[in-house]
Design a protein around this ligand. Structure first.
Ligand code: KG4
Ligand code: ZN
Length: 330
């Protein structure tokens, strides 16, 4: 069993043998936070508290399992919102203590990558990975289960954060990623040229805050001139600028290090244009692309359970002093 509560999803999953999902219950707070235009940490913690026991019970029911049958307990202990993380960690410690079950703290980002082990039962490290979420944008070489060398990351906004901020300024609201993804399908990606930011030659780092400002400047200029702004065109043009850079850098990383497998992970991996463009680039280069189904891309406890299974085999259990680490590194 694993518990995930790093942001605004309370999720509990039960897996058999690390890769077979028996239940993966996700209670989303999106509707609650929409009214505020983004996740309010204190409100998120309170709702985790209210929902947690029900989600644990529902997960057991759907899996047809009893708590006494659980032989390993995983929990996300970072990175994420501290109060939200603490809710999951405290619940996991209480169950582990009461039922004498080994406890394993899981890095949320390793959880995202592990979603692919569930989707593809034969997938094994090493592989190149692209991790794109609300808080992270990383290119990392996974050398073993739970072990990676980070090759690049964002110097400012994470890609999901850029999607969410741009969605807010163009009036699409929260959560921005899926809304831009949808609006962009109706728009022209060449309508507005936003600069592609590649940074220094050979760098696998990213920077998205300039692009966000460019979108804001474009909107201000158009509005001041009294011209009507096409939301689908802005969404499609913004998305084109983000995805072109991500795809080029990821392919460069995979080809330079002669990797034949590329794994996509994190909430933004649900983006239809990113999936499509990466697939085309991989097909051209003979690289096999691994992409989890959308429900395994965004936050869920099944991915955490899978990561816990492999971490336990490698490192054993954590003790009951396990704490929450909001800025835990990948
Ligand atoms: O991994 P995740 O569920 O939570 C974090 O660990 O951050 O990722 C959430 C992020 C949000 O920024 C959300 O807007 C983005 O993933 N996202 C998307 C899509 N679905 C979710 N971004 C672009 N296109 C999507 N379809
Ligand atoms: Zn996440």
């Amino acid at each position: 069993m694993a518990i995930e509560s790093s942001c605004d999803e309370t999720s509990v999953a039960i897996l058999a043998d690390g890769r077979t999902v028996l239940s993966n219950v996700i209670s989303s707070q999106i509707d609650i936070h929409t009214a505020f235009g983004g996740v309010v940490p204190e409100i998120a913690s309170r709702h985790h508290l209210e929902n947690m026991n029900t989600v644990v019970e529902q997960s057991l029911r759907e899996a047809g399992a009893a708590l006494d049958e659980i032989d390993l307990l995983g929990v996300t202990y970072g990175p994420g919102l501290v109060g939200a993380l603490l809710m999951g960690v405290a619940t996991a410690k209480a169950i582990a203590f009461a039922k004498d079950i080994p406890l394993v703290g899981v890095n949320h980002m390793h959880g995202h990558i592990s979603a692919n082990f569930i989707q593809y039962p034969d997938l094994e490290p090493p592989f190149m990975s692209l991790i794109v979420s609300g808080g992270h944008t990383n290119i990392a070489l996974m050398t073993d289960y739970g072990k990676c060398t980070v090759l690049g990351g964002t110097r400012d906004d994470a890609v999901g954060e850029a999607y969410d901020k741009v969605a807010r300024v163009i009036g699409l609201g929260y959560p921005g990623g899926p809304k831009i993804d949808k609006a962009a399908r109706e728009g022209n990606p060449e309508a507005i040229h936003f600069k592609r930011v590649f940074l220094e030659k050979g760098s696998l780092d990213f920077s998205f805050s300039g692009l966000k400002t460019a979108v804001l400047n474009y909107l201000n200029t158009e509005r001041q001139a009294g011209r009507e702004v096409s939301v689908p065109d802005v969404a499609a043009s913004f998305q084109a600028a983000v995805i072109e850079v991500i795809v080029k850098k990821t392919m460069e990383a995979a080809l330079d290090r002669k990797q034949e497998k590329l794994v996509l992970a994190g909430g933004v991996a649900a983006n239809s244009k990113l999936r499509q463009d990466l697939q085309e680039a991989c097909d051209k280069q003979g690289i096999k692309l691994y992409v989890p189904s959308p429900v395994l891309c965004t936050d869920n406890a099944a991915m955490v359970a899978c990561a816990a299974y492999y971490k336990y085999q490698r490192e054993g259990a954590d003790d009951l002093y396990l704490d929450a680490y909001p800025s835990l590194a990948i």
